[in-house]
Design a protein around this ligand. Structure first.
Ligand SMILES: Nc1ncnc2c1ncn2[C@@H]1O[C@H](COP(=O)(O)OP(=O)(O)OP(=O)(O)O)[C@@H](O)[C@H]1O
Ligand SMILES: [Mg+2]
Length: 590
């Protein structure tokens, strides 16, 4: 047990407590504040005087009440029982608190995230005499119907198994003993790790696979990689939450960590109530069986939000270390940054841009740098990835504000949501001219194996969309009809791509998920259409005749048809109709 250091409250400034200790406490340590034992954390230190950021409302707290440094920083509890849990940023079980007290959790209430009473069936996979080191798997627990939890030797430990037994244990029971150079260590299913420190890795690896989300504009145009980092900025109501939830639901990640840094308690209540209902298309069960939610449901101080992101990332790293592909969504990082600004303001630090502290960039970098594909420290070769997807909500949708611009520097994919598109109900409202992906090479290698023409097809599609944007400028002045036919063809195909490919409803039974093979074929038919019609236009066949082709309507509806067979049929129909049109004009010429 860590040593407890006592002190008293000197001053209270909102959520910031200034406490004087008898001895020097430690930066980052957790503090029990006041008679109510509220939770807080030392955010600045000046010898015996500590500035304590309190996670809960400090109303009614008085100078002279005790503050106790409990001797450890904020840690995540890691072990069986996390799956399906909703915990808050300061490691309390919100699921249990919620059941106990409802949405407005009483101050000082504290329930550990991992249930101490629950019995798990532990299956040992090592035996007495085995040499093991950090990250090695010593056994497994069937945690949910669909998830087998791997119990590992905690970071920074190694030795020889002195004893271990398959059996039924709680997370804190001793199930074996590890003999180390520093003496015997009890082996348990649970261990803890400080949330602000990345878990050790053996090696960082190059990203090698795209994260397939089933969302066309993402997978085909602006792909993310497993282990990559993505930002999804967007103004109010542009689709950040729906997009992140679509990825949670449909992406080919094994484990989902969903961090809700919500504005209001009731917003989080929605997450708590709705998330458990979401079906898991992969398993036919509930998505929550392979999801961990970090959310501050209660009426906690903003500062608790600041911690929640690190809590989520640490949990994500823990599952990564078990060898899984983990996707982490943070909705929204702007709320997190505002909490940081709030804390900094109370500390009377010199503000930089828009009131954010000068270290905003460092903190944002710290977050996204914890994404990656790694070889985990273990005797066997084991690989895992943590992908971090962060929503950003720039005030007024203005992308030049500091959180958005800073985030841009540290991410690989940028999905720029656009209020204009959202207003026109073009969803996902990802602007194809302002978004980008630095993982194109990784994605191209993977897609190239499905279809060698993928890269060229994608590039041409994007070029048509870009060209159309320029042509539209002119069209606005002189009118569409006054444009030359080859430009009108570009506009036609761009419109087809927009409606028939980019727009994808999260709520349509078929269209909500588009399998990779369907994405490839679907994109191709638009490009085939363009490539086949273009020579005809050059030969003088009027675009208005092309617009009349029946197959255009069919092509635009293909996304809503099951499978790829309708695409093949439409392809044949398209060739017939275009042939017929060409023949008709040959006849006219002759
Ligand atoms: N992919 C989609 N398919 C269909 N509708 C969508 C899609 N994305 C967003 N929408 C529509 O936009 C609405 C707002 O989306 P969402 O709540 O995700 O926005 P947000 O950016 O998270 O908003 P806030 O700023 O309030 O957090 C949704 O309720 C839905 O009607
Ligand atoms: Mg939202």
């Amino acid at each position: 047990m860590a040593e407890r250091l006592e002190g008293t409250i000197e001053r209270i400034n909102g959520s910031l407590i200034i406490g004087k200790f008898k001895d020097e406490p430690k930066m980052g340590d957790l503090i029990e504040v006041g008679n109510l034992k509220l939770m807080g954390e030392i955010v600045r230190l000046s010898q015996e005087t500590a500035f304590i950021q309190c996670y809960e409302s400090t109303a009614g707290l008085k100078p002279g009440e005790p503050v106790i440094d409990i001797g450890t920083p904020l840690v995540a509890e890691l072990g069986p029982g996390l799956m399906g849990q909703i915990i808050d940023g300061v490691a309390r079980s919100e699921t249990e608190l919620w059941a106990l007290t409802g949405p407005f959790i009483s101050r000082g209430a504290n329930i550990a995230p991992l249930n101490r009473e629950k019995i798990w069936k532990f299956e040992a996979t090592v035996k007495k005499g085995d040499k093991v080191s950090a990250g090695d798997i010593i056994g497994t627990v069937q945690e949910t119907d669909t998830f087998v939890h791997k119990i590992m030797i905690p970071p920074n430990q190694e030795g020889t198994i002195k004893s271990i037994k398959t059996g039924e244990y709680t997370v804190v029971d001793t199930l074996g003993v590890l003999e180390t150079t520093e003496g015997d260590v009890d082996l348990k299913m649970m261990h803890v790790w400080p949330v602000r420190v990345g878990r050790p890795i053996k090696e960082r690896l190059a990203l090698s696979q795209p994260l397939i989300t089933g969302q066309r504009v993402i997978d085909t145009f602006f792909p993310c990689a497993k282990g990559g980092a993505s930002a999804i900025p967007g103004g109010f109501g542009t689709g950040k939450t729906v997009t992140l939830q679509q990825i949670a639901k449909w992406s080919d990640a094994d484990i989902i960590v969903y961090i809700g840094c919500g504005e209001r308690g009731n917003e989080m209540a929605d997450v708590v109530e709705q998330f458990p209902e979401i079906e898991d298309p992969k398993t036919g069960k509930k998505l929550i069986e392979r999801t961990i939610i970090v959310a501050n449901v209660s009426n906690m101080a903003v500062s608790a939000r600041e911690a929640s992101i690190y809590m989520g990332i640490t949990i994500g790293e823990y599952f990564r270390d078990q060898g899984f592909d983990v996707s982490l969504m943070a909705d929204s990082t702007s709320r997190w940054a505002e909490a940081l600004r709030d804390i900094s303001g109370r500390l009377e630090e010199i503000p930089a841009e828009a009131g954010f502290p000068a270290y905003l960039a460092d903190r944002i970098a710290n977050i996204y740098e914890r994404a990656g594909r790694v070889q985990v420290p273990a005797t066997e070769d084991r690989f895992g990835s943590l992908t971090i997807l962060g929503a950003v909500s720039p005030p007024g949708g203005d992308y030049s504000e500091p959180v958005t611009t800073t985030t841009l520097r540290f991410i690989g994919t940028f999905w720029a949501l656009d209020s204009q598109l959202a207003y026109r109900r073009h969803f996902p409202a990802i602007n194809w001219l302002r978004s980008f992906s630095r993982y194109l090479e990784v994605a191209a290698r993977w897609w190239g194996e499905q279809d060698s023409s993928w890269e060229a097809t994608r590039a041409l599609a994007l070029r048509i969309l870009e060209e159309a944007a320029e042509i539209e400028e002119t069209a606005r002045i002189i009118g569409e009809k006054a444009l030359p036919d080859d430009q009108r063809l570009v506009l036609l195909v761009a419109e087809m791509l927009r409606e028939g490919f980019l727009v994808q409803s999260a709520f349509h039974d078929v269209d909500r998920y588009c399998a990779p093979e369907k994405q490839v074929k679907l994109l191709k038919i638009f490009i085939d259409f363009y490539n086949t019609v273009r020579p005809l236009i050059e030969q003088g066949i009027p675009i208005d005749q092309v617009r009349e082709l029946d197959v255009i309507g069919e092509i635009m509806r293909l996304k809503e048809r099951e499978g790829t067979e309708p695409i093949d049929m439409a392809s044949a129909q398209m060739m017939n109709e275009i042939d017929a049109l060409a023949k008709h004009y040959e006849g006219v010429d002759a």
